[in-house]
Ligand binder design. Structure first.
Ligand code: ADP
Ligand code: MG
Length: 683
């Protein structure tokens, strides 16, 4: 344990320790950061005559009556206060009968709350906070903080704990003076004290905002220090140094029907340089739907193979993994490689065989799902691990895979993101990785036109599809998850399939869903690819990876239920050829939630995955976008990634400066924020 007073446990009686734990309050530092939700102004007394209806405030007066008023089904205690000839009523719906005796006629009390108007137009406070007042009762100088709390722990208990702590003057400045001045920041102690003990004059000068501003800096600096340390740790792991011999890559590129885009070339260069270093690559590859990430993954794997190392390509679902498998098998066929498929659905015997080939090195490229993580899978010489849709894998899972290297050499890691990550997230939670971005689509693509259509016009859309199909277009018709049930999704798709088969005859309609045998699924996809099927009804199976360039129309039912990333992925199945593509989003117009409305607006007005991701972050917040990655990582409490992007930029520079020139300060900040906290560390 570092020698830090601020990390010592909060002294308290045993009976509230568990309550404090519920609020994640363990040490002084936690207490310091437990800032009020709001404040109550007990610093002044309003004359009853002047306080306004709707205003919150404290009044003082003499008790002139106290009675219990009985109604048919309820009763209430009404206490009347008189102040300079004006009267205000205090009303309690919940009370014990002995309350009555506390409100002795003639006694002076203070009451705090929001002033309302009763039926007769009289000023009233419902359930006010009460203070007895004598001539000596001092008004407090600062606002009274109202803390987030939990049942059984009174606000006053927290106030006392915080006060005890603040009087000890334990808060030391973390930032060097030069940095504080450069960024115009309040002192740390000043900021924290201001927030707990805000005075009316500070409030008037907006000093609570300056204080929060400082905490946002502090929080993001801590986060950046953590990520930079993780970055540093990862990039120190030994890994095989892999130089491309071009033996496989050159013939592979030569037989492609197209040239790599400049963005693909640039990203490939970045990766090739990483692979040459004898330290582990940790790179995140981002690119919009259809930008050609698979090609980059293939080339990365080939470098390993050229050096007699094995490569793994892993995806979070069997469908996605299988699409990679088929695509790569086809693309790499001329090279005569041993590409192996490994997923949970293999029979035990098949699995044994694959495990054997992984262990003896015969398997060169292994494509599959989580099954690759299993203990009994060992590799002879694993050089590169490529993980698609990395956010859907947990930290532990990835760790178990990188430990499958041998001779103390860790495999290089390339993580791919099927949907772009907003810049602010990439700069914060992904700052432990290097980043490559494919910011260009292959040439010859025409932008997709997206239309929002209410589902009561579904029949018109069927006519539209019929018309387009008879002109030679190919169409996807997607029936996504209706309830949280795969079975219902399937029934629904089946029903639509029958309906469209009848209505569109003689146009050929096909149906593809997750429950089909791989062979049958492959056959249907082949028929669609070769235009023997014009309209393909599908469940969300086709979300990722499916690639039929001639398909130019996509209809998505119940689009209001889908997330932005999923819609963008789905829509990315069209717009792959030269003809203009259209995407029809059918939505149920009744009871459309606010979020659904926002999503539909975003998806229909943008084709840019990065912009859509940014909007998604605004709508959903970072928690969900981060998926598994965030588990164990404390969420931000003060800063907001989108609003505070400038602070994030600054924090990144400050963290660099601190770790370079002030290692002790860096360590101090890291200890304060993360010591003893479960934080995701070094995968
Ligand atoms: P994603 O980035 O969404 O995974 P894919 O790798 O599936 O994209 O590629 C989308 C489509 O673009 C595929 O049909 C692929 O063969 C094609 N493609 C990839 N790179 C190029 C390129 N440089 N020029 C033309 N087409 C390309
Ligand atoms: Mg892909």
């Amino acid at each position: 344990m570092p020698n830090l007073f601020l990390l010592s446990p909060i002294p308290n009686s045993a009976d509230i320790a568990d309550k404090l734990a519920k609020l994640n309050l363990y040490c002084y530092w936690d207490l310091a950061l437990h800032i009020p939700l709001r404040y109550e102004d007990l610093t002044k007394i309003y004359p009853v005559a002047q306080i306004q209806v709707g205003q919150q405030g404290m009044v003082e007066g003499k008790i002139i009556s106290c009675e219990i008023i009985k109604r048919k089904t309820s009763q209430q205690l009404v206490v009347k206060l008189e102040d300079n000839g004006f009267v205000i009523s205090l009303v309690f719906f919940h009370f014990f009968s002995n309350y009555r005796h506390q409100y002795v006629l003639g006694k002076i009390i203070r009451a705090y709350g929001e002033v309302k108007q009763d039926y007769y137009g009289n000023k009233t406070i419902i359930h006010p906070k009460i203070q007895a007042a004598t001539a000596q009762t001092q008004l407090s100088e600062s606002f009274s903080p109202v803390y987030p709390t939990t049942s059984g722990l009174a606000n006053i208990a927290l106030i006392n704990l915080v006060n005890d702590f603040l009087t000890q003057n334990l808060l030391e400045e973390t930032l060097p003076l030069g940095i504080k001045q450069r960024y115009n920041l309040l002192g740390l102690a000043e900021a924290i004290i201001t927030l707990h003990k805000l005075t009316p004059s500070q409030y008037e000068k907006n000093e609570h905002l300056l204080a929060l501003h400082r905490l946002k800096y502090e929080e993001l600096i801590a986060q950046q220090l953590l990520m930079q340390r993780a970055y540093h740790n990862k990039h120190q792991l030994d890994a095989p140094s892999l130089f491309s011999t071009q033996q496989l890559i050159a013939p592979f590129l030569a037989q492609l029907p197209f040239k790599l885009t400049n963005a693909q070339l640039r990203v490939v260069d970045e990766i090739l340089l990483d692979l040459q270093r004898p330290q582990q690559m940790n790179r995140l590859l981002q690119g919009d739907v259809g930008s050609g990430k698979t090609m980059v993954a293939a080339i990365t794997a080939l470098v390993a193979l050229e050096n007699n190392y094995q490569a793994v390509l892993m995806a979070p679902t069997e469908i996605l993994a299988e699409q990679h498998y088929q695509k790569l098998q086809k693309m790499l066929a001329p090279l005569n490689l041993n590409i192996v498929w490994l997923a949970g659905s293999l029979t035990p015997k098949q699995k044994r065989l694959v495990a054997e080939q992984c262990a003896n090195g015969q398997a060169q490229l292994i494509i599959g799902t989580h099954a690759i993580f299993q203990k009994n899978i060992e590799f002879a010489k694993l050089g590169v691990v490529i993980i698609d849709e990395q956010h859907r894998f947990g930290v532990e899972q990835r760790r178990s895979l990188i430990n499958k290297g041998n001779a103390n050499l860790f495999p290089h890691q390339l993580m791919m993101s099927a949907t772009p990550i907003p810049r602010s997230l990439a700069m914060s939670y992904y700052a432990d990785l290097d980043s490559s971005i494919i910011d260009e689509l292959p040439p010859g693509r025409t932008p997709i036109k997206t239309m929002l259509i209410r589902s009561n016009r579904r029949q018109e859309i069927i006519e539209f599809v019929k018309n387009k199909a008879s002109l030679g277009c190919q169409i996807y018709w997607v029936c996504p998850l209706i309830e949280e049930s795969e079975k219902l999704e399937l029934e629904n798709a089946q029903h639509t399939y029958e309906e469209l088969t009848t209505q569109l005859a003689p146009i050929q309609v096909g149906l593809v869903h997750g429950k089909l045998k791989p062979k049958d699924k492959a056959e249907i996809m082949t028929n669609f690819a070769s235009n023997q099927i014009q309209v393909l009804v599908a469940t969300s199976v086709i979300e990722v990876g499916v690639d039929v360039p001639n398909a130019s129309i996509m209809v998505i039912e119940h689009s209001e239920r889908m997330g932005l990333a999923q819609l963008h992925q789905l829509r990315g199945r069209v717009g792959r050829g030269a003809v203009e593509s259209q995407c029809v989003l059918l939505f149920e117009g009744d009871n459309l939630s606010q979020i659904a409305k926002q999503r539909l607006k975003v998806i229909s007005s943008s084709n840019d995955g990065f912009e859509i991701a940014r909007q998604d972050l605004l709508i959903r917040g970072p928690g969900e976008l981060l998926g598994q990655r965030q588990s164990g990582m404390p969420p931000l409490r003060f800063a907001d990634l989108e609003r505070d992007i400038q602070i994030l930029h600054d924090a990144r520079l400050i963290a660099k400066e601190l770790s370079h020139s002030y290692p002790k300060v860096s360590q101090y900040i890291l200890d304060l924020w993360f010591y003893n906290k479960q934080v995701y560390s070094t995968v």
